[in-house]
Design a protein around this ligand. Structure first.
Ligand SMILES: O=C(O)C1=C[C@@H](OP(=O)(O)O)[C@@H](O)[C@H](O)C1
Ligand SMILES: C=C(OP(=O)(O)O)C(=O)O
Length: 413
């Protein structure tokens, strides 16, 4: 499905309820395997979450998680620790290019039985579940925080708990903190200090039996971008967000202040208001803690004609696509001069968005939901075509419905 987004204006008083956080939901689904009495409200409707849920209830010998990276990583640790279970864990062609060796090595250090079926260090994996007794490992924390979260989520079920030593830089740290926070809320003892994490084994009932998942901040970021690209005075309300969030991507609220959007938190809703034109001359950010916001911010800065330099983005190369390369290619189509390195992206020389009034650029999405969602706010400036727009289902299947609700008109072509 390719979509042509017409040049549109946000409807006044738009109000949306975005679904639950994908990251929190995925963690809770794994925890629910240990705490069967746990009920989850406002679970994410992301395809990735659905795939994880299906995998956890499937008795099939082959589990295919398609593009769902978090599911792949969490299930690797989960199945490795399930006695009497043998599975082949596989995914899409892209998944077979996303490294998992660091996690596999750590699990092997604990005595797990995992082997590679195609390329060393990459899915698909053959996993023969075992009772894990060893409890010490060290792991490189610079490749993906998902590896560490995967280990932490099984740690309370291991008879001797787990002692993890992190080596190297820490990437995507708020996701690790989210995992630890959820474990702690369940009543599990976790000590995180410096480079060491200690999780005690846990049996019995969780301290929380009902969990309501807050809505997804990474998805909210696209609506911040819509607001930032609208005239001063535009407002948009998003429901089920708190100031105090488990999601590191709640930094969206303060980052967008620099782009002219103020956030008012009130009783579980956020009011986004475009209060002024962005005043900054250049946006310079280290996004190591919130890599999923890079595309939103890059495209929004392009729309606002603000040069930017974002670093700390080495993980973007191994996500759904090489996101640095994809941004470079697609922003260049719009006339921007973009420079990428192994861990950064900058735009110094600007294309002129308005020159597209007489032509319609077509954005390729590379099987990456965030490419489709990040470029869509440009429809406030000029018509834009989004190829394979169904990719949004990976994290936000209702994204296009949300856009209709806020006044963006589009048709398929
Ligand atoms: O744990 C999680 O839920 C996630 C961690 C991050 O990945 P990395 O740690 O690989 O950067 C993030 O990009 C991803 O969308 C979700
Ligand atoms: C990177 C992402 O997801 P995953 O790694 O779980 O595929 C994402 O949602 O942006």
């Amino acid at each position: 499905m390719n979509l042509l987004l017409n040049r549109s204006t946000l409807l006044p008083n738009s109000n949306l309820q975005i679904a639950g956080s994908k990251s929190i939901s995925n963690r809770l689904l794994i925890l629910q395997q240990q705490f069967t009495e746990l009920t989850i409200q406002n679970l994410s409707d992301a395809e990735d979450t659905l795939l994880l849920k299906q995998a956890l209830t499937s008795s099939s010998q082959t589990i295919d998680v398609h593009h769902a990276g978090t599911a792949m990583r969490f299930l690797t640790a989960f199945f490795a620790s399930q006695e009497d279970r043998e599975v082949v864990l596989t995914g899409s062609n892209r998944m077979k290019e996303r490294p998992i060796g660091v996690l596999v090595l750590a699990l092997q250090e604990l005595g797990a039985s995992i082997s590679y079926l195609e390329n060393e260090g990459f899915p698909p994996l053959k996993i023969v579940g075992k009772k894990i007794k060893k409890n010490k490992l060290s792991i490189n924390s610079g490749v993906s925080s998902q590896f560490i979260s995967a280990l932490l989520l099984i740690a309370p079920s291991l008879e001797n708990g787990l002692e993890i030593t992190l080596s190297g830089n820490k990437t995507s740290l708020p996701y690790l903190e989210m995992t630890i926070n959820l474990l702690t809320q369940m009543g599990i003892s976790v000590l995180f200090s410096g480079n060491n994490i200690l999780v005690k084994p846990f049996q019995g009932e969780p301290e929380i039996k009902q969990f309501k998942v807050e809505s997804d901040w990474s998805t909210a970021s696209y609506f911040y971008s819509f607001t930032a690209l609208s005239p001063v005075g535009t407002t948009l309300i998003l429901n089920n967000f708190q100031q105090d969030s488990l999601q590191g991507d709640n930094i969206t609220a303060s980052l967008f202040e620099q782009l002219g959007v103020e956030t008012t938190f009130s009783k579980g809703t956020i009011l986004l208001t475009k209060t002024r034109s962005a005043v900054i001359k250049e946006l310079i950010l280290d996004l190591n803690n919130s890599p999923d916001l890079a595309q939103t911010l890059a495209v929004c800065c392009f729309g606002l004609q603000i040069p930017f330099h974002f670093n700390g983005l080495q993980t973007l190369k191994i996500k759904e696509t090489d996101r640095l390369e994809a941004l470079e290619t697609e922003l260049s189509k719009l006339g921007a001069k973009v420079i990428v390195s192994a861990d950064s992206i900058s735009m110094r020389s600007l294309g002129k968005p308005l020159r597209f009034q007489n032509q319609t650029p077509e954005i390729a999405t590379y099987n990456d939901h965030r490419m489709a969602m990040a470029f869509s706010p440009l429809a406030l400036l000029f018509p834009i075509k989004i190829k394979e727009a169904e990719v949004v289902k990976k994290s936000c299947p209702l994204f296009w419905d949300y856009l209709s609700k806020i006044g963006i008109s589009f048709s398929s072509y």
